[in-house]
Ligand binder design. Structure first.
Ligand SMILES: Cc1cc2nc3c(=O)[nH]c(=O)nc-3n(C[C@H](O)[C@H](O)[C@H](O)COP(=O)(O)OP(=O)(O)OC[C@H]3O[C@@H](n4cnc5c(N)ncnc54)[C@H](O)[C@@H]3O)c2cc1C
Length: 338
């Protein structure tokens, strides 16, 4: 780790100004559960840390208005345990309840969660520093160096949205649920405020996998806004992993349904664990409209969600697993339709 300065502003405007003054080597830090890892692994080398946790009035959940609003410093555990969300928007609460561990969820914030970096083994373990298992090329870490995951141990890698330069999975659970619900971000930057759909926060890797997010320099996440919909109740975040707790997704599906009688009026489906960014499955959604929801139609939608998948050596299983995860999620969500 290299030396860095540390400041603790007490307002968002002060934090943004401090970031502007410090320049490209500055980072906001919230719970620190992702950024400190990146620093210890020598992947990120900030010279200035701007700790946003002393900013007052950025830690509220508001479920009372026309939309749900989550301020950036809300701990993951607070959303997971919120009774209104558990009953009316279970996919949101479940996506955080099934993420990380209770200690991490108490520390980590819903804003920081959106910007965590990939768990790709070659990205995290390839720097050659003492906490690393060796030295591996990684286009995300060192642009132009190559990708050791392609042709390597690729069991955990993505099958959707990949490129010849990168197959790293987008790791977060919460972003998948937010993308399914058409959520957006309130941002504050050096030139003012703007709104950004969560789906547009994430770039595909293409030839520039080191560029992961579309935030402008110094932009801070202030809040996450989710439009209210009657699809909230008939929803779930279904996560399949190597062990039932404290593990990242091998495949996950965020699903919310509006039923017209016994037929699907509208379906929202997004996938995690299988793609390079939170993956909205619009063809699968369309395939269900007007259909009764049966194990057969659910599995057909799951297969549509994985269409175009390109597996490597060891991750072909994710295509079938992903399809069945979507199918199971649809049936769980339909079972919650009141
Ligand atoms: C062992 C382990 C297991 C985990 N398992 C899961 C899991 O199963 N599912 C899952 O989804 N996650 C998992 N995580 C990741 C965890 O959820 C994230 O580390 C956490 O959500 C990050 O939030 P934070 O507040 O600690 O962010 P920080 O580490 O403080 O910051 C992360 C990034 O966001 C930026 N940032 C933070 N806040 C803001 C803001 N308001 N505006 C702009 N930029 C900001 C920082 O500059 C940094 O780049 C796991 C983490 C660990 C260590």
């Amino acid at each position: 780790m290299q030396p860095f300065t540390y400041t603790r502003p007490t307002s968002a405007a002060e934090a943004v100004a401090a970031h502007s003054r410090a320049g490209a080597d500055a980072r906001y830090i919230a719970g620190g559960t992702s950024l400190y890892d990146m620093m210890k692994l020598d992947i990120d080398r900030p010279r200035h840390l701007i700790d946003v946790t002393s900013i007052r009035g950025l830690d509220r959940i508001d479920t009372g208005g026309d939309q749900l609003r989550f301020e950036a410093l809300v701990p993951m555990s607070a959303v997971a345990a919120n009774p209104t969300l558990q009953s009316d928007y279970p996919l949101l609460a479940e996506s955080l309840w099934k993420a990380a561990s209770q200690q991490l969820r108490n520390m980590a914030t819903v804003g920081g969660n959106l910007l965590q970096r990939t768990r790709c083994l070659y990205f995290r373990n390839g720097t050659g520093n003492p906490s690393s298992v060796g030295t591996f090329p990684c286009n995300k870490r060192e642009p132009g160096s190559g990708c050791a995951a392609i042709g390597g141990i690729d069991r955990g890698q993505a099958v959707l949205g990949t490129s010849d330069a990168c197959t790293a999975v987008s790791p977060g659970d919460w972003p998948v649920a937010l993308v399914a619900m058409d959520a957006s971000l309130e941002l504050l930057g050096p030139t003012g405020s703007r709104t950004l759909p969560v789906a547009d926060l994430y770039r595909l890797p293409g030839t520039t996998p080191h560029l992961e997010f579309t935030l402008q320099p110094g932009e801070m996440i202030i809040a996450i806004v989710v439009p209210k919909t009657r699809a909230g109740r008939a929803s779930t975040y279904h996560k399949i992993r190597d062990r039932e707790s404290y593990a990242f997704a091998l495949a996950s599906a965020a699903v919310a349904l509006e039923m017209d009688g016994d037929r699907v009026g509208r379906a929202r489906i997004a996938l995690g664990g299988v793609a390079t960014r939170p993956w909205r499955a619009t063809a699968a959604e369309q395939s269900l409209v007007g259909q009764p929801l049966t194990p057969e139609t659910a599995l057909a939608a799951g297969r549509a969600a994985l269409s175009g998948a390109t597996p490597g050596h060891y991750n072909r299983f994710k295509i079938e697993l992903g399809a069945r995860t979507v199918a199971d999620a649809l049936l769980i969500a339909a079972g919650r339709n009141a």
